[in-house]
Design a protein. Structure first.
Lengths: 325, 325
């Protein structure tokens, strides 16, 4: 199970390169997968992520089994005789109900859809934009680079929560806007790395060779240089997913992301805060799922970094290498 | 050095101008938006609209409005004017002046904690790589990176305020308590301790990671070997020789983080009910109180731009190679 997802995770590794003509002749992809398979932290992270994905996919199924929709207030049995929310384990409500009698388990499952969708889509957009901007800035240099690099610096150094809520307040909160806003404030992280790499790659002999063969600038950028930047981009993209998920949860928590009653883990916690601390289950379950997801993606990103380039110093423990220099 | 600084300041001013212009377009000159109608509220009459248009000058050509808007932002006493709050007719500058002390209090306290904590954890980890200490530091960094601020804040409130209080040990104040430093310094610290810890724990993770990687790199340098060969104590080598030159990336990060908190710690302030810039901007956005939103965005941007210039200047002092580039 874990193997197939690991492959999917590392799917962007350039497979078209000829296999390393070593003793075994394994492709870079095979090497990466082999390293990830021996990494317990990576496997656990992948399993956790798969479980959350399964939860998100199964959300309508869970709603069907329990008989409660994500926004149903279950007037008949969602609250006790005094109108109080039900604690976890109550009949029919595994994780209890919230102050409106809504099933917390079902809402968490639907919230997983929002978190994963925003995390993956925002990261994908940010990665594409970041790669294109970074490549153009690094490859062409000159005034184009000055402008693009400066823009990325500004985007990176600004208090993004503040600007995000300003944008959302002007255009009204919606799922597409949330994704775009997060992508906008994330592309620079990738763009800056790609720019730095492109700056050094364009001086390499293979670029000169491509030039002399008559290759155009676009071809050199995207066909010749880009495959060499795949490793850092994959690592950064994996680490951007949890950042985007936290960003969405934060916006929703402030009431500026996913609009109620559509559940997201962030707006569930915002609801919970409005009610008070008496019903701990309002808080603890969305928190656990949010933390598990961000932890798993961060651990996986770190493991992928390690597998793609064993020389880099690992941030999050696991296997350890010899002391650097 | 002077030329370097002047260039940085000009770039900073350009950045501010771009932000000011974007904010103007977003709020006043977006196609299809009538700012007078938005201000008028529900009971719109032609006379009211005419009045608003006259008072705010919305019927003037956009370019003239833009010029007037720019003119009152020039920091000359008597001319500088951020407008008047739509809610209570107070000047926006007054509202900001009331909120800033809270952000300064938040920034000062949490910065002390996050610097001490972050750097100590980083040093511990770097001195004994791959030890239990290092693993602990790793877990600390991972948790900090994966933890959304609002979850940590809510958890701290739940445990240290709610649980303790219902068990009769009310040692932490309830959210919304704030005493100014000049009234009672002890009470001030007491009211702010949980918000400080929230901000500091989240931020410290970055500093641990930076310190660890930077210090590990420095400890591999030749001059460290020389220092050890001279027979200096390990403590002296680490703190006097290595740590000092490892601090450059930390200085950069610190400038930006401090400025961000000064411009409003939106989430921490919302959770703990602290009436700083962050809470003010969230409340202003909820009721579309544009002058306050714009004023705070501009102040926050100013802090960040100023911090960037100071950091660049400090960087040039610490590292002479920067000055030439």
């Amino acid at each position: 199970m874990s193997l197939s997802t690991v492959e999917a995770t590392a799917g962007g590794v350039p497979t078209e390169e000829p296999a390393v003509k070593g003793i075994e002749g394994r492709t870079p992809l095979q090497l990466v997968v082999a390293r990830l398979r021996t990494d317990k932290v990576a496997i656990i992270s992948v399993v956790v992520i798969l479980l959350i994905v399964a939860l998100a996919i199964a959300a309508p199924l869970i709603a069907g089994i329990t008989g409660h929709g994500p926004t149903d207030t279950n007037v008949d049995n969602g609250t006790d005789a005094n109108g109080q929310p039900l604690p976890p384990g109550s009949a029919g409500y595994l994780l209890g109900t919230d102050n409106l009698g809504r099933d917390i388990l079902v809402r968490i499952a639907y919230g997983a859809r929002v978190s994963l969708l925003v995390g993956v889509l925002a990261t994908a957009i940010a990665t594409v934009v970041g790669v294109v901007v970074g490549l153009f800035a690094g490859y062409y240099g000159g005034w184009l680079d000055s402008i693009l690099a400066r823009i990325m610096d500004v985007v990176l150094s600004f208090p993004y929560v503040l600007f995000a809520i300003v944008l959302v307040s002007v255009f009204g909160s919606s799922l597409p806007l949330t994704i775009l806003v997060i992508a906008f404030f994330s592309f620079a992280a990738i763009g800056r790395i790609v720019r730095g790499q492109a700056l050094s790659q364009r001086e390499k002999e293979y670029v000169e060779a491509a030039h002399s063969l008559g290759a155009g600038n676009l071809r050199i950028m995207f066909v010749d240089i880009l495959p060499n930047l795949v490793a850092p981009v994959i690592v950064l993209a994996t680490l951007l997913i949890p950042t985007a998920i936290i960003f969405e949860a934060t916006l929703s928590f402030l009431g500026l992301g996913i609009a109620l009653p559509t559940p997201s883990w962030g707006n569930m916690l915002s609801d919970a805060q409005g009610v008070g601390f008496q019903a701990w289950w309002f808080y603890i379950f969305p928190m656990i799922f949010l933390l598990l997801t961000t932890l798993a993606f961060n651990l996986l990103g770190d493991a992928v970094r390690d597998a793609l380039d064993p020389r880099t110093e690992r941030i999050f423990a696991g296997r350890r290498k010899q002391k650097p220099a | 050095m002077i030329r370097f600084l002047i260039r940085r300041i000009i770039l900073g001013l350009i950045t501010l101008w771009v932000i000011i212009t974007l904010v103007f377009i977003l709020y006043y000159a977006r196609p299809g938006v009538d700012p007078a109608r938005e201000l008028a509220g529900r009971a719109v009459t032609p006379a009211l609209l005419a009045n608003i248009n006259k008072e705010y000058g919305f019927n003037l050509p956009v370019i003239v409005q833009y010029w007037n808007y720019l003119k009152r932002l020039v920091p000359i006493p008597g001319q500088f004017n951020l407008g008047i709050s739509n809610n209570n007719r107070l000047p926006v500058t007054t509202i900001i002046a009331q909120a800033v002390p809270i952000d300064i209090s938040l920034a000062v306290g949490s910065a002390v904690i996050w610097m001490v904590l972050g750097i100590s954890v980083g040093v511990l980890a770097a001195r004994r790589p791959r030890s239990l200490w290092d693993r602990g530091a790793t877990a600390f960094v991972l948790t900090g990176v994966s933890m959304p601020t609002f979850i940590l804040g809510l958890l701290l409130l739940y445990v240290f305020y709610y649980l303790l209080t219902i068990h009769g040990i009310a040692i932490f104040p309830k959210p919304g308590s704030y005493t100014s430093f000049t009234t009672n310094p002890l009470e001030w610290a007491h009211d702010l301790i949980l918000p400080w810890i929230t901000l500091a724990l989240i931020t410290a993770a970055t500093y641990s990671r930076l310190t660890r990687s930077s210090l590990l790199e420095t400890l591999g340098e030749d001059y460290i070997r020389t220092a050890r060969a001279k027979g200096l104590s390990e403590r002296r080598v680490v703190f006097r020789h290595a740590l000092r030159s490892s601090l450059t990336p930390i200085v950069t990060q610190f400038g930006i983080d401090l400025a961000t908190v000064l411009g409003g710690a939106i989430i921490t302030e919302s959770i703990f009910g602290l009436p700083g810039l962050g809470l003010a901007v969230v409340q202003a956005i909820e009721v579309q109180n544009l002058p306050v939103v714009i004023g705070i965005v501009l102040v926050a941007s100013f802090f960040v731009v100023a911090a960037n210039i100071v950091v660049d200047a400090l960087y040039a002092v610490l590292d002479p190679r920067v000055r030439v580039s």
